[in-house]
Design a protein around this ligand. Structure first.
Ligand code: ADP
Length: 487
């Protein structure tokens, strides 16, 4: 089959810049596409936080000191190309200090401009490369204006006549809604009529909705989430539009990069282990409890959480349940994350009440995330909604049993443990309430107490396979469907 040309544009790409699952996908998918021989070119902002490995990056001569007009404003930028770790692929980082040298990736007053600029800069680079991708793959609201730009600002350029657009929704809760007065700044002043009428009447524009209107094809990151976002409140106001575009919406579960998330090789672990020999898992647990200053607990289960602490993640379900469980039995709890003050306050006070048994590590740490995955026995993800979720899939590979709400990608990746048949990989509760969570966690702990059942459950979990090796084919199918190139 002939190679496809894919231009992937994203606001975060691991390992260069990451706040969540989008970065993992934008870092892994291109690697797997390029291994299959496709021509994939990835564009992201060069934030000041990006650490480029010496010798592994260089400027691109013909993409240096360029100028791009965003409305009245002239913005200058250059492109640095940098090797994506674990591959021979080089990404294109848009170097524009005035827009990207900020204290954090998101949350600036001019985010509309910063990401509209990224979108346009990617298109302009393709022009200068004389490259017409088969598919422009945009991701979330940040780059969702790309399909509209191709129909407006770049309509004159026949280079892109045959290029098609795919917009992937990683989380519909973030839509990029701005006052309509930003339109001149993003070079779309003359195209206001192409935005949603009711939004304009309300004085706003919605970047994600605009992408949903103009992208040739839409995808989201799990089959269940693809159903949920068009059927009810999880569509966050966009369900009607998604129902209209049902034929053009596909759900593809994210993959896992097992070269990074594998207990047999994980560089962040003090001890490696496999399904055949779990002794390393115990060693990791001992080491982690020691590292975090918790009391040793060879027999007690360790519960783990690694998450952005946002209301989406549903941690209020733990408010009553965890203190009760901690009071009733000997367990350990390690939580890594930061965000909403309510959640931080809860985990902080839990640590205060049980200092020997609970550790709340407030922050972001890739290493600690790996060590928690490897050391824990049970992983808690009570998400109210979860487009895909990666940590439950990482957990499975590490033999760490997920306790999850049956929603989105959690429903698509965790199978209910059935004691009779000895099948399943975790515990799912149906309704988003504390009773459901209490039941699921209680079932997990009861199973933990039975050595044989637990051993079997862990073996089932570790045999799960969500590798990109497989999932990449689903994207290739979509790209081919879009480009009309079955060859
Ligand atoms: P979301 O995209 O909603 O944040 P996902 O489960 O899809 O949720 O992806 C989260 C990713 O971010 C995972 O790779 C997870 O390990 C990582 N992550 C989240 N919070 C932290 C943290 N505090 N420290 C390290 N990694 C984190």
């Amino acid at each position: 089959m002939s190679p496809l040309g894919i231009c992937l544009v994203a606001s975060e790409v691991a390992p260069f810049a990451k706040t969540g699952g989008l970065a993992d996908v934008a870092g892994a998918l291109p690697r797997y596409l390029s291994r299959r021989g496709h021509d994939v070119r990835v564009f992201l902002p060069l934030y000041s936080s990006v650490a480029l490995a010496p010798g592994d990056h260089h400027p691109v001569d013909f993409l240096t000191d360029l100028e791009l007009s965003m409305g009245e404003r002239r913005v200058r930028f250059s492109v640095i190309t940098a090797r994506l770790a674990g591959s021979e692929l080089f990404v294109y980082a848009i170097d524009c200090p005035e827009l990207y040298h900020r204290s954090s990736i998101y949350g600036a007053d001019d985010d509309h401009l910063r990401f509209a600029f990224l979108t346009r800069a990617a298109i302009e680079c393709c022009q200068r490369m004389g490259w017409a991708p088969d598919v422009f793959h945009c991701n979330d609201w940040h780059t969702a204006l790309l399909p509209l730009y191709l129909r407006t600002v770049y309509r004159w350029d026949h280079l892109f006549e045959r290029s098609r657009t795919l917009l992937t929704i990683h989380n519909i809760a973030y839509q990029g809604v701005f006052p309509r007065s930003v339109l001149p700044e993003v070079s779309l002043d003359g195209d206001a009529h192409r935005f949603d009428r009711s939004d304009l009447d309300a004085g706003v524009v919605n970047f994600l909705k605009t992408g949903l209107l103009y992208a040739d094809l839409l995808s989201t990151v799990s089959p269940t989430y693809a159903l949920e976002i068009r059927s009810g409140e999880l569509g966050m106001g966009l369900q009607e539009l998604l129902r209209q575009r049902s034929e053009s919406l596909v759900g593809i579960l994210n993959g896992v990069d097992y070269s990074e998330w594998n207990p047999e090789t994980d560089e962040f672990l003090p001890a490696h282990y496999s399904a055949d020999d779990l002794s390393g898992k115990r060693a990791n647990k001992e080491a982690l409890l020691d590292e975090l200053g918790l009391a040793p607990a060879p027999e007690a289960p360790l519960l783990g959480i690694v998450s952005r602490l946002t209301p989406q993640k549903g941690f209020e379900l733990l408010y009553d349940v965890l203190p009760q469980v901690l009071a009733e039995r000997d367990v350990r709890l390690v939580v890594l994350g930061s965000g909403a003050p309510d959640y931080e306050g809860f985990f902080g006070s839990l640590q205060g009440s049980f200092p020997e048994r609970v550790c709340f590590y407030r922050g972001f740490s890739e290493e600690l995330a790996h060590r928690i995955e490897a050391s824990s026995d049970i992983f808690l993800m009570p998400s109210r909604f979860e487009p895909c979720g990666l940590n439950q899939m990482y957990s499975l590979r590490y033999g760490t049993i997920p306790v999850v709400h049956r929603t989105g990608g959690l429903a698509d990746s965790v199978r209910q443990w059935d004691w009779e048949r000895q099948t399943g990989t975790g515990f799912l509760f149906e309704n988003f309430d504390a009773t459901g969570l209490r039941w699921a966690l209680g079932s997990a702990l009861a199973t933990y107490d039975n050595r044989d059942a637990w051993r079997r459950l862990v073996a089932n979990a570790m045999a799960s396979d969500f590798s990109w090796e497989r999932q990449v084919d689903r994207y290739i199918d979509v790209y081919r469907r879009l480009s009309g190139r079955a060859d």
